[in-house]
Design a binder for this molecule. Structure first.
Ligand code: FCB
Length: 460
């Protein structure tokens, strides 16, 4: 294969999230989050795993930053744990919590790595869920206060800010299918949750930008390429619906200040009636849009179509509010151990589509990677050729998109480290670096060495 190089200034990074790596769940004043609670409900997380210890990053962050420096990462995307900063979800910030993120940011900067915090990667403080959670408007207001507090502490040393991660998952896996925390199965509430996640984003951006207009603000959405299984009108309509709920339901409000009309029609009957005045708040100008991309959805509206692997081991209920009868069908591509089809062409498609339909925003791939149930050799080594191939193919797709004129400015591998993969517990590994969960020993996999070479050469 021919080698390709990325434009100068393109940022190569890796990503993680607080609940998945930090552990130290009850230390230094951290309060409980919905994931702490959810993990304790039998049958919600595979093997009863929890993030209590995770990969102990809270105590090992220096070692982890040294690993990042060895990889040559330009940037590191991590998330800030809301219940570490505000143990009850509101009020005066916990100094010890903020201090952890200050130390982490400083350690990164000293290593020449840009800190890229995400303010919400799914760990809502439990008291806010007790008060109704994201379906309540007040949660958006609380989020903006929390965001302003973190930004006030770190805005002098952190330039790139991501508000919410994958509001689709937080809303629809959390409140419709119940596969994720808080595990509610209330489709109408899930729509309100999605709206308030975006409202929280908008309020947070407005507050942070007022304090430091020179910082860069955005959100991270999980977008998919979506295809109809066949040209049958029922399949084409299924593709329109799923693209609507997965992609446009978020892109249109964030970037155009309105919900798509066809999606609102699909949702008639769920009482979804967002406040018109919220739309301008949600559509704050963005300095960057983070796109998390993993796979393509191939869908059918025909009864009897075969269905494909589910998004969690416990997904008996549909997250697809208004389209629960749409079937996700296998298209015959190779899959990772998540059951997700490998389709780098879809990444180029998503990037060119966002650039075409929502122009003018610098884009970053804030997550992309491959999960496997992999074993290590006795010395901890992992020859993860599947992951190398996956990332290489997707990087080539990114380069193609840049060639198409897409303003893509960076790429973050999910994930730096093996970690707690939500409902799958520790059974799926996405890391460039192997973690032995019994000893917490870190060992770079073949993919880590390979990625370091990519960064060093500025291409594949
Ligand atoms: C994304 C999440 C991330 C990780 C990857 C595999 O949906 O943002 O935390 O679990 O999937």
């Amino acid at each position: 294969m021919t080698s390709v190089s990325f434009p100068a200034g393109f940022r190569f990074g890796a990503a993680t999230a607080a609940y998945q790596i930090e552990g130290a769940a009850a230390e230094d004043g951290r309060g409980p989050s919905i994931w702490d609670d959810f993990c304790r409900v039998p049958g919600k997380v595979l093997n009863g795993d929890t993030g209590d210890v995770a990969v102990d990053h809270y105590h090992r962050y220096r070692e982890d930053v040294a690993l990042m420096r060895d990889l040559g990462l330009h940037a590191y995307r991590f998330s800030v744990s809301w219940p570490r900063v505000q143990p009850t979800g509101s009020g005066k910030p916990n100094a010890a919590g903020l201090d952890f993120y200050r130390r982490l940011a400083d350690e990164l900067l000293a290593a020449g790595i840009e800190p890229w915090p995400t303010l919400y990667h799914w760990d809502l403080p439990s008291p806010l869920e007790d008060a109704g959670g994201w379906p309540e408007r007040d949660t958006a207001l609380r989020f903006a206060e929390y965001a302003a507090a973190v930004h006030d502490a770190l805005g002098d040393r952190v330039r790139h800010w991501t508000t919410v991660n994958e509001p689709w998952c937080a809303a629809f896996l959390g409140y419709a299918s119940g596969e994720h925390a808080p595990g509610r199965r209330e489709p109408a509430a899930a729509l309100d949750a999605a709206h308030h996640l975006m409202l929280g984003h908008g309020l947070a951006v407005a507050a942070m930008r007022e304090a430091r207009p020179d910082n860069r603000f955005g959100a991270a959405v999980n977008l998919y390429a979506v295809s109809a299984a066949t040209p049958d009108p029922a399949d084409l309509d299924a593709a329109r619906r799923i693209d609507g709920m997965q992609n446009r339901f978020f892109l249109d409000p964030l970037l155009r200040g309105r919900y798509p009309d066809d999606v609102l029609d699909d949702l008639a009957g769920f009482g979804f009636d967002p406040d018109a005045e919220d739309m301008a708040v949600i559509a704050q100008p963005l300095d960057q849009l983070g796109i998390n991309y993993y796979t393509r959805h191939t869908v059918s509206g025909l009864p009897g179509a075969a269905t494909q692997a589910a998004s969690s081991p416990f997904s008996a209920h549909s997250p697809w509010v208004g389209s629960a009868d749409v079937r996700f069908v296998p298209a015959g591509r190779p899959v990772t151990d998540m059951g997700w089809e490998i389709d780098e062409v879809g990444l180029r498609e998503v990037l060119t589509r966002v650039h075409r339909d929502y122009p003018g925003v610098p884009l970053y791939i804030t997550e992309n990677g491959a999960g496997y149930d992999e074993d290590a050799g006795p010395d901890g080594t992992v020859h993860d050729t599947g992951r190398v191939r996956y990332i290489e193919a997707h990087l080539r797709a990114c380069r193609d998109a840049i060639g198409d004129g897409v303003p893509l400015a960076g790429y973050f591998v999910w994930s730096l480290l093996d970690n707690f993969e939500w409902a799958w517990g520790y059974s799926k590994r996405f890391g460039l670096v192997r973690v032995d969960y019994a000893t917490q020993r870190r060992t770079p996999k073949d993919s880590a060495r390979w990625y370091a070479g990519v960064i060093g050469r500025g291409g594949v």
